[in-house]
Design a protein around this ligand. Structure first.
Ligand code: ZN
Length: 483
């Protein structure tokens, strides 16, 4: 019996870009096995070396997690739909919000400003006072934090905290709508403060120009009612989750990748946390970041706005929140789906017998190596763009392999390079000549470092171009377009 399997965006490169694939089988295990037989590249993304489904991949039958059914042995009925839901760089009605008992009167100007809330019986004067007495901390003033902070400020949240340490870059403007063209080069926090205060001077904007770490997270979070996770990396995402669980602060979660987003509420009393869904992060490199994979500019607008909606409902203690539900949004097919989430009694942090009782080293947990050493991973031979230029000028024969994606190749390329995207490399090794010196490059040197390692495992010696095509553009050929 053939069953429909929904493929999420990060895995579509391994199913010839199809978002739905039919696969035969009577159980989940059989369907996944026939799927990975047809699409062999998918296998290493779904299964670890021991043959077990990876921890950062969840499989659902309709809206139920197979961990709570019979796992691989779960029998399928005609019409059952299987979803693969990996963690991406992105139910039950929620319990009442933390008691907000800060009755704050509204001025006449505020009554006028919030009149469309006040005439909603579900919000009303009482609700607006709760919003005014409430506080939300946005972790990040980027793609998700931008719309979330704008709407929360407009809605009249009493105190709005923002943590960020970046400056506004031109490539942020496509989606980070807190910032404008004149803000390029300014600190994101200054730009955010100006914009938010212009929207609503009643809101107290608190800015924290720092990187969120295990040593400051608890202190930063403790004075806020809701934490809004707008982070773009796994280490910070687990840190936000764990700090929220430890402090019993609800986490309005969102994440995005290319055209797809996820949202939920974690760490509420009795509700699941991010680790209940994904006990472990993917190994570094397996899931590309938005910087590598791209993101549709509007997507964080939708997901960040959902997070702001959730934050407001958590503060109001009303409405049906996303506690116990994972909302999936695919902007490209314009589809929303939702899956049931449960608190895992064996969860290492929010379970019945937690093994994690304080914040840990999240960089280590996620296997992230510091940026400085990432490009030059141990044992990855390197060459510089100046050396490459000298080789080109000397007309020495060599093979320049570009492991970026075809659309990146279209933006700019180094003359004479051959394109084989990293994901296709394992199956296209035969195309690489063995009688020439081999230099591999990508955008910034990270994917190509992985390619050099992969080539070495297959007995092919290669050198990584340090800094990638960006370094080439900066130091050799500024006429090429930078992206
Ligand atoms: Zn948990």
């Amino acid at each position: 019996m053939a069953h429909r399997v929904l493929i999420p965006t990060p895995l579509r490169p391994y199913t010839s870009q199809q978002d739905t694939v039919d696969a035969e089988g009577g159980t989940v295990g059989e369907v996944l096995s026939s799927l990975t037989t047809t699409y062999s590249d998918l296998k290493r993304h779904l299964y670890a070396d021991d043959g077990k489904l990876r921890h950062f991949v969840n499989v659902y039958v309709n809206d139920d997690d197979i961990r709570y059914l019979e796992r691989d042995a779960t029998k399928l009925k005609p019409g059952d739909v299987i979803s693969i839901v990996p963690s991406v760089a992105g139910g039950a009605p929620g319990p009442a919000a933390p008691a907000v008992d800060r009755s704050t009167d509204l001025s006449n100007a505020e009554i006028q400003r919030y009149s469309r809330h006040l005439i909603l019986p579900e919000v009303g004067m009482e609700g607006q006072k709760r919003i005014k007495g409430g506080s939300v901390l946005c972790v990040g003033a980027g793609g998700l934090g931008s719309p979330a902070a704008l709407y929360l400020a407009a809605a009249g949240i009493g105190r709005l905290g923002i943590i960020d340490f970046d400056n506004v870059d031109e490539s942020n403007l496509q989606r980070q709508i807190l910032h404008g063209t004149p803000d390029v080069g300014r600190s994101k926090l200054q730009s955010a403060r100006d914009r938010l205060e212009a929207i609503n001077p009643e809101v107290r904007v608190e800015t924290y120009e720092t990187r969120l770490t295990s040593s400051n997270a608890l202190e930063l979070f403790k004075d806020y009612d809701v934490i809004l996770d707008g982070t773009d990396n796994f280490a910070t995402r687990y840190l936000v989750n764990d700090a929220c669980v430890l402090l019993k602060k609800p986490n309005a979660y969102g994440s995005i990748f290319r055209f797809e987003g996820q949202a939920s509420d974690f760490a509420t009393v009795g509700g699941p946390c991010y680790r209940c869904l994904y006990p472990e992060p993917p190994p570094p490199g397996l899931v590309p970041s938005c910087a590598e994979g791209g993101v549709l500019g509007v997507l964080p607008g939708v997901i960040g706005t959902i997070q702001a909606t959730e934050a407001l409902k958590l503060i109001l203690g009303a409405g049906s929140t996303l506690v116990g539900r994972l909302l999936l949004y695919d902007a490209w097919s314009m589809k929303f789906r939702e899956l049931k989430l449960r608190r895992d009694p064996n969860c290492p942090i929010c379970g019945d017998h937690p093994s994690i009782k304080g914040l840990i080293d999240y960089e280590e947990f996620c296997g992230v190596t510091p940026v400085a050493t990432r490009a030059a991973g141990p044992g990855v031979p390197e060459t510089t763009v100046e050396e490459l230029k000298a080789r080109v000028d000397a007309k020495k024969p060599f093979f320049l392999l570009d492991v970026r994606e075809p659309h990146e190749y279209q933006i700019s390329r180094i003359a004479g390079s051959t394109l084989i995207p990293l994901g296709q490399l394992p199956n296209r090794l035969a195309e690489i000549p063995r009688d020439q010196e081999l230099i591999v490059h990508c955008k910034s040197g990270q994917r190509s470092a992985r390619a050099v390692t992969l080539l070495k495992e297959n007995g092919i010696e290669a050198k990584n171009l340090k800094g990638g095509i960006l370094a080439w553009i900066d130091r050799v050929d500024p006429s090429l377009a930078k992206y």
